[in-house]
Design a binder for this molecule. Structure first.
Ligand code: ADP
Ligand code: ASP
Ligand code: MG
Length: 592
């Protein structure tokens, strides 16, 4: 019998009528001959209210008690949902995370799932019951209640779909699918029929709150097709699976994360081990670092900048100050008035000029870029918070996201792709790892050179002018890093093919006078190493492992770019082979 997981978010169960409507949807699926597992969030804004209540008592609630409190929201919803289904004349049973057997680690308020037992669920389903699972919660080894992080009910749903090898995982919410950007922020946002796991993974972690990013990690790892749909109307929704909507378009979506804060540790000794010390310290606090921007040092010191969510700034600053003292760095600076705007697209990897087009759109809208990081399928810029919406609108328009893509790819829109037929033993083996880090590949690219433009005025339009000139010269730019400016001057580094190094150097020298920047420096031969996999950024230890193993081999990291699916580092060309073998060893335990 087919099995469907249906998840209902907070707005979809906000009052008794909505709970009854959701119950009717599940009953319909059951009557159509499916086994049904519902995953339910707390009603309406209940989780926010609970967070607020805790805040009225203390500024520092302990994680364990926070989880005890927050998990009650979902407990209310599942009980009411079971009653609703009973009232419709069907059998149903509500279950908490503990009753299902969702085991997690003990990182309170952002726990990761370790295993899920399926016996009780299966038994109830085989008895013809609709199972109603509380989203967002589990228990650790000591039976303490844990929660998976805000928005985590999506992850519960996809994880249950994975362990039960469900035929479909439907996410019911207050929008009728995934849009090119948040439709509440930009009314020109366009509905997308199909989005790839990789794009959704990036979009979700770059601020597209429609799906919890870890749910997409799960979906990709276990090939769970997701269908995001509207609770309150019958519309086709969006399928999240392997293929993108429009592979030829460079950009498929844009995201805004408004609540970012930048931290810069100035004057860090530019030597192996410094970055590792910094990011290990931050990770000890279980803070997920977002944009990491480390540019080549000068005069034996480098500045290391990164962003975190604004809520975590206070804890981050404490840790950053301690590590700065320990390393003998000059000081720690921060800015909590920043936002991150990103564009994402699988097509970007195959096209040149995407970065330049984004920088031009921002320059024309008068938006100053504070930091830049890129990866194969995304470009993120940090901007002042009050410029965030202007920036989002500008890039959304520049990449024609408000317009339908060419019709060719629209056909398979409503069809859920079949699950991979999988060998049961292999599935069990993978499931034992659940949310653990999974590395697919570690590669070394020895074809690149690095160029660095220092003294870049911190005003709109400079990045656009540089990358337009570089593109006009027919030069293919790979990785771009713009670090936070000191005294109003920023530094932009990027990599190009070695054969184009001299041409690019000369071109930049010619440009430096006009743009009032410089000097230009570079290295004609660098090694770029890429670690690819799933969950790289949400697993805080990935950057640390990368830095740690390179540091212990005495290799200094010149540039770093991180994304959800890849961590790129650039080191001196002569260290390439050694760096590759260090990384292979460091990640041996999580290679797929
Ligand atoms: P739920 O309570 O159902 O989990 P959420 O509030 O978590 O719902 O997610 C739905 C919201 O996500 C939408 O109301 C929308 O404002 C927001 N959102 C952000 N980015 C996007 C996007 N790219 N596409 C669709 N919705 C988005
Ligand atoms: N109720 C939790 C939250 O608001 C989990 C969820 O809705 O996904 O974050
Ligand atoms: Mg949600």
């Amino acid at each position: 019998m087919p099995l469907i997981v249906q998840k209902f978010g907070g707005t979809s169960v906000a009052d008794s009528q909505k709970i009854l409507a959701a119950a009717r949807r599940a009953v319909r699926a059951h009557e159509d001959g499916n086994q049904v597992v519902m995953v339910v969030s707390a009603m309406g804004k209940n989780t926010d209210l609970l967070v607020d209540l805790a805040g009225q008592i203390t500024d520092h609630p302990r994680g364990r008690e926070m989880d005890m409190l927050l998990s009650t929201g979902e407990q209310v919803s599942v009980a009411l949902m079971a009653m609703a289904i009973h009232s419709l004349g069907h059998e149903a049973i509500s279950m908490t995370g503990a009753q299902i057997g969702i085991r997690t680690d003990s990182t309170h308020t952002k726990a990761r799932i370790r295993s899920i037992s399926t016996e009780r669920l299966r038994r109830a389903l085989d008895q013809g019951k609709i199972v109603i699972a509380a989203g967002f919660q589990g228990i650790d080894e000591e039976s303490n209640i844990t929660t998976l992080g805000r928005g985590g009910s999506d992850t519960t749903a996809v994880a249950l779909a994975a362990v039960l090898e469900a035929d479909a995982c439907e996410i019911y919410t207050d929008v009728d699918g995934v849009y090119t950007t948040d439709p509440r922020v930009l009314k020109d946002a366009r509905h997308i029929k199909r989005v790839s796991y990789d794009e959704m993974l990036e979009l979700a972690s770059l601020g597209a709150g429609v799906m919890h990013n870890r749910s997409i990690e799960f979906a990709k790892k276990f090939s769970v097709p997701i269908h995001v749909r509207a609770s309150f109307k019958d519309a086709p929704g969006t399928v999240i699976a392997v293929a993108p909507e429009s592979p030829d378009r460079p950009v498929g979506g844009a995201a805004l994360e408004k609540n970012e804060a930048r931290v810069t540790i100035l004057g860090v000794p530019d030597q192996p081990g410094s970055s590792q010390a910094i990011f290990s310290k931050i990770a000890e606090e279980a803070i997920a670092v977002d944009m990491i921007v480390q540019d080549v040092g000068a005069g034996g010191i480098a500045d290391v900048s990164f962003t975190v969510l604004k809520d975590e700034l206070r804890a981050t600053l404490g840790a950053a100050q301690q590590v700065a003292d320990q390393l003998g760095a000059q000081r720690v600076a921060h800015d909590d008035d920043v936002a991150k705007v990103s564009v994402v697209g699988l097509g970007m990897a195959k096209q040149t000029g995407v970065a330049q087009q984004m920088f031009r759109a921002l320059a024309d809208a008068g938006v100053n870029i504070l930091m830049i990081t890129t990866s194969e399928i995304k470009i993120s810029v940090l901007v002042a918070r009050d410029a965030a919406e202007t920036a989002l609108r500008a890039v959304h328009q520049a990449f024609w996201l408000d317009r339908e893509p060419p019709a060719a790819s629209a056909d398979a829109a409503h069809v859920l792709p079949p699950r991979h037929a999988s060998d049961a033993v292999a599935v069990v083996a993978r499931l034992q790892k659940m949310e653990e880090l999974a590395i697919d590949d570690i590669t070394l690219d020895e074809t690149q050179a690095r160029l660095t433009v220092s003294g870049v005025a911190d005003t709109p339009g400079i990045a656009a002018a540089i990358f337009e000139a570089v593109a006009d010269g027919g030069i293919f730019v790979d990785m771009i890093v713009q670090s936070y400016g000191r005294n109003g001057k920023a530094k932009i580094s990027f990599t190009v093919p070695q054969a184009q190094y001299q041409q690019c150097f000369d071109l930049l020298e010619g440009l430096a006078g006009r743009l009032k920047c410089g000097p230009i420096s570079g290295s004609p031969q660098v090694a770029k190493l890429a670690v690819s996999g799933i969950g790289l950024r949400s697993h805080t230890q990935v950057a640390i492992r990368t830095f740690g193993c390179l540091a212990s081999a005495g290799i200094n990291v010149d540039l770093i770019n991180t994304s959800e699916v890849r961590v790129n580092v650039v080191v001196a060309g002569r260290h390439g082979a050694k760096a590759l073998s260090c990384l292979q060893q460091a990640f041996a335990d999580c290679m797929q």
